[in-house]
Design a protein around this ligand. Sequence first.
Ligand code: PAF
Length: 282
Amino acid sequence: MIQLVKTVEEVREIVSQWRKQGLKVGLVPTMGYLHEGHQSLIKRSGENDKTVVSVFVNPIQFGPNEDFASYPRDIERDIKKCEEAGADLVFAPEASEMYAGDFSTYVDMTGPTDELCGLRRPGHFRGVCTVVSKLFNIVLPDRAYFGQKDAQQLAVIRRMARDLSFGIEIVGCPIIREEDGLAKSSRNTYLSSDERSAATIISKALSMGEKLIENGEINAETVLKAITEKIESEPLARIDYVKAVDADSIEPIQTISGRVLFAAAVYIGKTRLIDNFIVERN
Ligand code: PAF
């Protein structure tokens, strides 16, 4: 039977019992409103003996004009989804449990956070790195699982885990898509039915870019231009960015060589959606 806990002390107590028994622990950090993407991370964490899922809409990773207040929340539904996928423990703290009134210590990063969402959402990765560090310190997992849909976040967490010597294996898991290609996201629930149809332009444009590369295109600008034009053909879409960067350092690239991340952030109406693909060419 899955357990729900709300305090740091309770998680520590339960996980330390597991550790005494020599069990391996996986952590799946989430902001809740779980979908098959999150469930795929939980299932992958089945390679551990126990899986903890954190459900916490982290206030400090949202900008002042972003959707913190309206972000979908339903803990009962999340518990069911966690149980279905095989999790053992849900940690769903209140904000006051994570952030004392005079909280003033942050984990900041330069480099991989400078481009893409880091550039467009100032302070976002500072919030992500801070909360993920706290979750790592609270749960002390052997492995932690993150989706490839947030490709920059995955690169940032890998860098942070290495730089701060967390000793936790960071496992990236593939993007899970709807049948029509739209990447699964809790924010898809914001879309009206017209917007939901329009949103498919993002994955369509990216697939087209991927095909150009498969057919031999090596100039990143050419591919970015084709992706941009395709997205712009959809009247409900407004591009925030379409960029090609090194998949690990997140530095901009011109020629497609090594592991290259093509990433897009696009507003469909008021909803900002992200998607990407990675190509490897040597
Ligand atoms: O990817 C998310 O849902 C969040 O950024 C994370 C990693 C749970 C941190 O709040």
